[in-house]
Design a protein around this ligand. Structure first.
Ligand code: 13P
Length: 337
């Protein structure tokens, strides 16, 4: 199979450009029901469908969100859900020129034969599920697998992570969905930033090796990497300039400029850290659009403001806009605290 110089359809190219557009990034609200339950529990709410609906409705109907947010990753339940007044959640997004996306992986399970590591399930039936998601309005997809530094990572775990991402990406493109490729290198551990750099280089070189082997069109994918930081329990913290230098060095060594966008995850960083690090990364021109696809770093203060009370919805939406605007400015390299 030979790739031509005009590799993917115009729709995919313009879609990727819409998602990776200046001053905008992705709002990730694709927590599985179990993870969403943990977020709701943090403000004393039960993990019911009605509470998840109320929370996602609050987020997706925030007035003015589309100015800062270009795409939103949904969990399957939300993709097929409507607001309490009967409007499809995907229509709330489309009205604000926000592209609906869908988490398509089926989560992590133990990887036998490894060093207590995990692998990501979800390839079986993925083509037919992707076609259904497309019909329901999704235009991009996400698959998150994880790599653990304290557990190795073993060569087996890295290979499995890379192969799964590549198969998923090929299947997504075949079904009209732009794949977000996310091998999350967990923050857990007391390792140095140099160790993270070494592991991230190993992971991304393997990911691109298998993406190429699976004939994935690089012009039609987005990446969702972890930033290169010291482990969460390392004795010294790194400042945003150091994190930006390490992260961009790693990406420039491993990611071809054909890839249109890098949309970072926040991975447990505070809201402010995630914004400042993104700002530092946009202080000079990059070969790709460098932006955000945050879940926790966009939602933490929203949950706190909401507390599950209808009378707090407006304040919670304001909190979301504040974080979205800060990260929009950081994407442009123009944030000041
Ligand atoms: P965080 O930004 O909370 O790490 O979420 C990342 C993610 O993969 C959600 O889609």
């Amino acid at each position: 199979l030979v790739q031509t110089a005009d590799p993917i359809s115009r729709t995919s190219v313009s879609l990727v450009k819409t998602i990776a557009s200046p001053g905008r990034g992705i709002l990730a609200i694709d927590e599985s029901n179990a993870t969403c339950g943990k977020r709701l529990a943090s403000i004393g709410l039960d993990n019911t469908e009605a509470n998840r609906q109320a929370y996602r409705q609050l987020l997706l109907t925030t007035p003015g969100l589309g100015q800062y947010i270009s795409g939103s990753i949904l969990f399957e339940e939300t993709l097929f859900q409507s607001t309490t007044d009967g409007k499809k959640m995907v229509d709330c997004l489309r009205e604000q020129n926000i592209v609906p996306g869908i988490k398509v992986d089926k989560g992590l399970v133990p990887l036998p034969g490894s060093n207590n590591e995990s692998w990501c399930q979800g390839l079986d039936g993925l083509a037919s599920r992707s076609a259904e998601y497309y019909n329901q309005g999704a235009r991009f997809a996400k698959w998150r697998t994880v790599v653990s530094i304290p557990c190795g990572p073993s060569a087996l775990a890295v290979k499995e992570a890379a192969w799964g991402l590549a198969r998923y990406a090929a299947i997504s493109q075949d079904n009209g969905l732009v794949p977000i490729v996310e091998p999350e290198i967990l923050l857990d551990g007391d390792h140095s930033i140099d160790t993270t750099l070494e592991v991230a280089e190993r992971v991304w070189s393997e990911v691109f090796y298998y993406l190429a082997e699976n004939n994935v069109m690089f012009e039609g994918i987005l990446l969702k990497p972890s930033m290169v930081t010291p482990g969460a329990d390392h004795k010294e913290k790194a400042d945003p300039e150091t994190i930006a230098k390490y992260t961009l060095t790693m990406l420039k060594r491993r990611v071809p400029p054909a890839v249109p966008g890098i949309m970072f995850l926040s991975g447990g960083q505070s809201e402010m850290e995630a914004t400042l690090n993104l700002h530092a990364m946009n202080q000079s021109p990059n070969p790709w659009h460098v932006s955000f696809s945050y879940a926790r770093a966009l939602q933490n203060s929203v949950l706190k403001a909401w507390q599950g009370r209808p009378e707090n919805v407006e304040a919670a939406q304001k909190a979301l806009l504040t974080r979205a605007k800060a990260n929009s400015l950081a994407q442009l390299g123009k944030y000041s605290a």
